[in-house]
Design a binder for this molecule. Sequence first.
Ligand code: BEZ
Length: 234
Amino acid sequence: MDTEVVPMPRIGDDAPAFEAVTTQGKINFPADYKGKWVILFSHPADFTPVCTSEFMTFASMEEEFNALNCQLVGLSVDGLYSHIAWLRTIKEKIEFKGMKNVEVKFPLIEDITMEVSKKYGMIQPGESNTKAVRAVFFIDPIGKIRAIIYYPLSLGRNFEELKRVLIALQTADKFGVATPADWQPGDDVIVPPAGSCGTAKDRVEGKEAGIKCYDWFFCTKPISKDEVFKAIKK
Ligand code: BEZ
């Protein structure tokens, strides 16, 4: 029995470092990505249907993520030649939901030894001992883990949601705000508690410009979609 205990990385931790072989050459992670956001994500296995639908979707959206200063890096416990053959099959043979000739240009890590997937808590034995779950790590330009989402093997991810998470993290950083439930760019954002720039009373009474308070602890302000994208786009 494998008794090795590897702590799971958590939000706020430095992204665990590793060197790996990928479909785009060797990478030194996260050092090679300094100054950029990265989404490091795992999939259970090459040549499987859910993963194929995910890769086609993510690859089709890659430019949208790149425009947000974000690079994509995939991983599974398959070997490099399997990755290459699978990505070639996707490009040459698979047409799905209007996507065809899809070229996966982002690196896909080979992790036959499971060194990286174990470091990142992607092997979750209750789900599978031999395959990575669908993990998504959002890593910021200084190499800190900022959000983590895990999905089981059977559940394909929603890539619009992953984009929304990235934009919300970037908006929070740029404007010093938080984002409420179901926030989309252009919706009101949550402002920090009063103190530095006004009193709670001013806010509740609507005296602080643009700020709307539902109560003393819950105040919002508008930031337009244009302002958001102007601030976060590369
Ligand atoms: C899939 O991608 O289709 C898949 C992979 C592993 C287990 C179940 C489904």
